[in-house]
Design a protein around this ligand. Structure first.
Ligand SMILES: NC(=O)c1ccc[n+]([C@@H]2O[C@H](COP(=O)([O-])OP(=O)(O)OC[C@H]3O[C@@H](n4cnc5c(N)ncnc54)[C@H](O)[C@@H]3O)[C@@H](O)[C@H]2O)c1
Length: 334
């Protein structure tokens, strides 16, 4: 194959299967080079000459963006793009693409699973049985689910999918999203509410919004204080949306009943995190989006997005919309 372009994977995992990405990139005569670096200087060295960059969660900071010489596209493996400095990329006319719809059902299923696991005390009961207990201690408060209220913060793809599934279980759904039109709420069975009302009313608060400068630590001591003492916080979005120390305090004091968490301020979660010692928390290691199907689809779409821009087309999903004013590309396919 003649090689016209070099695409660099900035943080390839050992043994990562890159066949789907390579298949898509071959169509535009691009080769894929897998790299990983332990610091920013190493990362810059690896991506400096790349025509395109694929990234899982390495930080593509302003300094990295300013150091790259001919990159036209950065593609994030996933939905959230908080690891890329979008303004810096826009400034340099670099398209930041992401894959928005690859794990919507997986994440909404996971959020619902955490709601059910918290409410039905799944992990706690399972641990008790393994310790030889059979209903030896009081179950404490146990939610009914039907007739209770789920509050969804962020009514995007995942939030809407969760709302539809929750309504099927008989949950009443309220949602807060200042950026979607009022008419988007009713079709998925959600009633609009502002954040304060949602926090006061919900038995389960599910976070399904992106991490941005505006949403960082959106849920802190004040917001947790508004929640019912019987309510649960579910976070499958991004850890830093929640002030983790304030959450630990609320969980320890019993200000809220518990939490189901897939994401954390710092990942992997530190082995000495107080969250690991709390009985009223269900934890999963940032796996809400995982499934074999989602992984295959993600790899194909990442390769496809990079190939599209190298061929002079817009990818399906552009994260830095402002770059559209700076580039004249053909419309996205399909
Ligand atoms: N845990 C995982 O494995 C995993 C997997 C995929 C996505 N995610 C996270 O889930 C998030 C949501 O994904 P999505 O596909 O639904 O994205 P989306 O862009 O379709 O929806 C996000 C919604 O949040 C809303 N929003 C933004 N700021 C808000 C605010 N201050 N208050 C209320 N709503 C606000 C937006 O208007 C949008 O409707 C992603 O940004 C990502 O961080 C996590």
């Amino acid at each position: 194959m003649a090689v016209r372009f070099t695409v660099v994977h900035a943080d390839a995992r050992p043994g990562q299967d890159l066949r789907n990405e390579r298949r898509e990139l071959r169509a535009v005569e691009a080769k894929l080079v897998a790299t990983s670096a332990s610091d920013e200087a190493g990362l810059i060295e690896n991506v400096r000459e790349a025509d395109g960059i694929l990234v899982i969660d390495a930080l593509i900071t302003k300094r990295v963006v300013e150091a790259i010489t001919r990159c036209r596209v950065i593609v994030r493996y996933g939905v959230g793009v908080d690891c890329v400095d979008l303004d810096a990329a826009t400034e340099r006319g670099i398209v930041v693409a992401h894959v928005r719809d690859f794990c919507t059902e997986e994440v909404s299923n996971h959020a619902l699973m955490l709601v059910l696991a918290c409410s039905r005390k799944l992990v706690w009961l399972d641990r008790g049985m393994r310790d030889g207990q059979w209903r030896e201690s009081s179950l404490g408060a146990m939610g009914a689910i039907h007739g209770e209220t789920l509050g969804i913060v962020g009514l995007g793809e995942i939030g809407k999918s969760l709302a539809r599934k929750a309504a099927a279980l008989g949950l009443r759904v309220v949602a807060c999203d200042p950026y979607v039109e009022p008419k988007a709420f009713a079709p998925c069975g959600a009633r609009p509410a502002d954040l304060e009302t949602l926090l006061r009313e919900a038995d389960y608060v599910s976070l399904n919004l992106p991490l941005t400068a505006e949403t960082r630590r959106l849920i802190g001591a004040r917001e947790l204080g508004l929640m019912k003492s019987t309510a649960y916080l579910i976070n499958t979005a991004r850890g830093p949306i929640v002030h983790e120390a304030a959450l630990v305090e609320a969980l320890t004091k019993g200000a809220i009943a518990g939490a189901g968490l897939d994401v954390f301020e710092e990942e992997p979660l530190r082995p000495n995190s107080p969250l690991l010692r709390l009985d009223n928390v269900v934890l999963t290691p940032h796996t809400a989006g995982s499934s074999d199907h989602a992984a295959r689809q993600l790899r194909r779409e990442v390769g496809r997005a990079a190939a599209a821009v190298l061929a002079g087309r817009w990818p399906r999903y552009v994260a830095n919309a402002a770059v559209r004013d700076r580039l004249d590309l053909l419309p996205a396919e399909g």
